[in-house]
Design a protein around this ligand. Structure first.
Ligand code: NDP
Ligand code: AKG
Length: 423
């Protein structure tokens, strides 16, 4: 029997959360009302059924989604997520966030996102490869180096991007490495891309600490999620003197008030099938408990809607830097703002990844490789400038940085429409 698993029911809806913040920011800007629908409705929503032969010979049909939210600033850009919770509303929200994110850091891309509802932890490498190739084949007329450029997100990494590039290149009869970013270095991947999102989180955190007059060498942090974003954010924060006292993954959270040895945790995870389960030198607590630890900095870097109206009141951190997309539901915003916690929002804080993806694409287009030093200097500058711009708007309009970031992004996209016209 073949079947597509239904998406699980979720209490919070990321699309509604995104819309609520969008509405607030839109009203503060003097933009014509018809622009509202133009900016809200995605340009393209593609859903495909993907039959894949499993290792035991059975055939399973997976559902694959790609949403292109906007292409007004340039080709659309955004990752591909492999996760059992993938659903259309989530992907629509994630695609819109990509539009706002690229606009906030001022790179010439629109926004898109893709996802396949599956559990990669329960699949073999061969099954994942066949699924990725099937998805790419089904999206040949969506993807393209000047049209829509995917990248990694939760549950995917350089292997999946390599298969995508190969499948696309075979279909077009030539090597097209600029069709996807986050590739292995030998296929035209960029130095610095793996660490880029975590690095941007670190730059945002240090910039925010300056504003709050927190000395990083005396600060403590808890980081939720120890994948691409969380592990590099934790490691780079540690390098800047911050004591990371808690980390976590899907198996739970690991707390040590004297500080976690991040390098050791990364090595442990590599040897332990990618999991922190059993990590010594720390007490195991729950992912919910991690969120309310008495720390200066909280970095949610796992998935959306982990900070909600149910737990926001218990948060003790002075600063939240959002590594994940949409980790704070709209219902929690008010509580957090009332508590005076400074939040560096996702569309700003985690934009380091797409920034270095942009650099990867540029290098592929010009056929030349940049040094790591050049990449880090340029991406740090972009992240710092974007932070300062959003902080300044938040002061000027007396709004949280999240609303200020939406204002910067919406204005840029709306201004572009004004000049291009023709909708
Ligand atoms: N990769 C990138 O460049 C970018 C990613 N992001 C966002 O950052 C977030 C993380 O992405 P990324 O690091 O790439 O993903 P990964 O798949 O590399 O890592 C996700 C991490 O979160 C953990 N996790 C998953 N579910 C839960 C849960 N319910 N509770 C606690 N931890 C959980 C995973 O644990 P386990 O490994 O045990 O499953 C893993 O440690 C996502 O929101 C993504 O959209 C944003 C910008 C760019
Ligand atoms: O690197 C990219 O192009 C996009 C990464 C991504 O999906 C994100 O920023 O959420």
């Amino acid at each position: 029997m073949t079947y597509i698993e239904p998406a699980p029911l979720q209490k919070e809806n990321p699309l509604e959360s995104m819309m609520q913040r969008f509405d607030v920011a839109f009203k503060l800007l003097n933009i014509s009302p018809e622009m509202y629908d133009i900016l809200m409705v995605p340009r393209k929503q593609v859903v495909v059924g993907l039959p894949v032969t499993m290792d035991d010979g059975s055939v399973r049909v997976f559902e694959g989604i790609r949403v292109v939210h906007s292409t007004i600033l340039g080709p659309s850009k955004g990752g591909i997520r492999f996760d059992p919770d993938v659903n259309m509303d989530e992907v629509k929200a994630l695609a819109a966030w990509m539009t706002w994110k690229c606009a906030v850091v001022d790179i010439p891309y629109g926004g898109a996102k893709g996802g396949i509802r599956c559990n990669p932890r329960e699949m073999s490498k061969g099954e994942i490869e066949r699924l990725m190739r099937a998805y790419t084949g089904a999206m040949l007329d969506v993807f393209g180096p000047d049209r829509d450029i995917p990248a990694p997100d939760m549950g995917t990494g350089e292997n999946e991007m390599a298969w995508l590039m190969d499948e696309y290149s075979k279909a077009y009869g030539m090597t097209v490495n600029a069709v996807v970013t986050g590739k292995p270095l030998v296929l035209g991947g960029s130095l610095g891309r793996k660490e880029a999102t975590g690095r941007g989180v670190m730059v945002s955190a240090i910039s925010a600490m300056e504003k709050l007059r927190i000395n990083p060498y005396r600060a403590t942090a808890a980081v939720q999620g120890f994948g691409n974003v969380g592990s590099h954010a934790a490691s780079l924060l540690h390098e800047r003197g911050v004591k990371v006292v808690a980390i976590s993954d899907v198996t739970g959270a690991y707390y040590n008030e004297k500080g976690i040895d991040i390098q050791k945790a990364m090595e442990y995870r590599e040897k332990n099938k990618g999991l922190l389960e059993g990590f010594a030198d720390a007490t195991k607590i729950s992912n919910d408990e991690l969120l309310t630890l008495p720390v200066d900095l909280l970095v949610p870097a796992a998935k959306e809607d982990v900070i909600t109206e149910d737990n926001a009141a218990g948060i003790q951190a002075k600063l939240i830097v959002e590594g994940a997309n949409g980790p704070t539901s709209a219902s929690a915003d008010e509580i957090i703002n009332e508590k005076g916690i400074l939040v560096v929002p996702d569309i700003l804080a985690n934009a380091g990844g797409v920034t270095v993806s942009y650099f990867e694409w540029v290098q592929n287009r010009i056929g030349y490789k940049w040094t790591l030093d050049r990449i880090n200097r340029r991406s740090d500058r972009i992240m710092k400038d974007a932070f300062d711009r959003v902080y300044q708007i938040s002061q000027e309009y007396k709004v949280p940085m999240r609303i200020a970031a939406y204002m910067v992004a919406i204005k840029k996209v709306a201004d572009t429409y004004k000049f291009r016209g023709g909708y």
